[in-house]
Design a protein around this ligand. Structure first.
Ligand code: GLC
Length: 453
């Protein structure tokens, strides 16, 4: 029993995020965000998006949207009807092969164009023309609404020669090589797309946030607060612009533990995306896997169970965040579902083992939810000129499916903002908004060019 208690205490202390640490991180977030906006060195890139119009819900027309951001690539075709209404959406989803994720830029963008060809053959009678909104969920330094160079890959992508290249030009060239007569007219991060999709029916939406494979957020900033040469030129009539914060890269050195450091060091992008590595779906399972292998924690499990963990979870990323979610969802008194999940992985655990495992999942996921709250509370301070009701559009599997994630996050918001201001924040699930949002942004770009459909 003593070893079990010691293991639990180690986990609890390592993954604790006391209110004072949350507050310090919020202050750091604000300092880094202001530096990023000004164009100074900062872990928050605060990327300009060149989206300078608020979505009104009156954008109309027929558009394609392409959505690349994680395990799948989606092709959509839809009609924006105005009045906040969207017609039926035709869509197909394609799994992105590892070879395309880690090959050359031409291979990856060639694969995307092949998927578009397949969609056009199956859904459009082999012929299609029109504007495309391209959701690209990686940091891209935009120079226009339809141009942006890739800053860095993450989430397991590594087509190295694409870094520094304009991703719209890469995609357009591959589409043309296949005789496709479509034109990429808007580039959008998934957070910006999610914000646009929510704003289509709820124009006051304050920000778009993703808690999925990765994590990030976008909001609308006043032009006057954005540094010169970062998208808003002198004498321009623009008064505001959506900013892609890329908060996944926030420097979390002050709050990270030894397991975070180990996960980061073993990753493809050490030193980068440190907030993301503590919060997002790609990493929560890996963090727990790393913690379970630490001697002080391992000693808390029965010998058979610990040996089972060693065998089942020896490979990086072999323990998935979806398994943690399933473990925490088990409400049976004897944790029968956990026993079943472990048995499937070839692990045998006593009730004490299963209950320690569930507590360990909760330690990792609760800290993630509290960090998520720090992100939202910090960004709210930038997004709102004065306190008041705020609609936050949120998407991503962790937010949608991880049991208790939203409630713990709301608890964190209450700690940081106080109960009254926290009540003003509505977290609204905007499912699959990123693709639809890119189509809306393409429509807004067409309006700005004076072309209306
Ligand atoms: C990563 C990407 C970011 C994206 C997020 C969620 O953090 O850098 O651009 O928004 O994942 O998909």
């Amino acid at each position: 029993m003593a070893a079990r208690d010691a293991a639990w205490e180690a986990l609890r202390d390592e993954f604790a995020l006391p209110p004072a640490s949350m507050e310090n991180l919020r202050q750091l977030f604000l300092t880094e965000a202001r530096a990023g906006l000004a164009g100074s060195d900062s872990s928050l890139r605060m990327l300009p998006t060149y989206l300078t119009r608020r979505v009104t819900g009156e954008e109309t027309g027929e558009y394609f949207a392409l959505d690349l951001g994680g395990t799948h690539f989606r092709v959509l075709q839809l009609r924006l009807e105005g009045g906040g209404r969207i017609g039926p959406v035709r869509q197909r989803q394609f799994k992105v092969p590892d070879a395309a994720k880690r090959g050359s830029g031409a291979e990856l963008f060639g694969f995307l164009a092949d998927c578009v060809s397949a969609f056009v053959a199956a859904e459009c009678g082999g012929e299609a023309a029109g504007d495309i909104g391209f959701t690209f969920s990686f940091p891209a330094a935009q120079t226009a609404i339809d141009a942006g160079t890739l800053v860095a890959w993450n989430k397991g992508f590594a087509a190295a020669d694409a870094i520094g290249a304009d991703v719209v030009a890469l995609l357009q060239a591959q589409l043309e090589a296949r005789g496709l007569k479509m034109r990429v007219t808007a580039l959008a991060n998934d957070t910006v797309g999610t914000m646009a999709a929510a704003a289509y029916s709820c124009p006051g939406t304050a920000m778009g946030v993703i808690f999925g494979t990765g994590t990030n957020a976008a909001y609308v900033e006043q032009a006057a607060k954005i540094g010169k040469g970062r998208g808003v030129e002198d004498g321009s009539r623009e008064t505001e612009m959506a900013i892609n914060t890329e908060w996944g890269n926030l420097d979390t050195a002050a709050v990270r533990n030894e397991h975070d450091a180990a996960v980061d060091a073993a990753s493809e992008n050490p030193g980068l995306q440190r907030f993301e590595k503590m919060v997002s779906g790609m990493y929560l399972g890996e963090l727990l896997r790393t913690a379970l292998a630490a001697p002080a924690v391992r000693a808390g499990f029965s010998r058979t169970c610990a040996a089972g963990f060693d065998a089942a979870f020896s490979e990086r990323f072999s323990l998935h965040t979806s398994t943690l979610a399933a473990i925490e969802a088990d409400a049976t008194p004897d944790l029968a579902e956990v026993a079943h999940l472990l048995a499937e992985a070839g692990v045998q655990g006593t009730l004490a083992d299963r209950s320690l495992l569930r507590d360990a999942c909760a330690a990792v996921s609760t800290r993630a939810a509290l960090l998520a709250a720090v992100g939202i509370a910090s960004l709210l301070e930038l997004a709102q000129s004065e306190p008041g009701p705020a609609t936050v559009a949120v998407d991503g599997t962790v937010f949608e499916r991880y049991p208790g994630f939203q409630a713990r996050m709301e608890g964190g918001l209450e700690m940081l903002l106080g109960p009254e201001r926290a009540r003003d924040v509505s977290l609204v699930l905007t499912k699959d908004g990123s693709g639809v949002g890119a189509a809306i942004i393409a429509a807004a770009a067409a309006q700005a060019r004076g072309e209306t459909q």
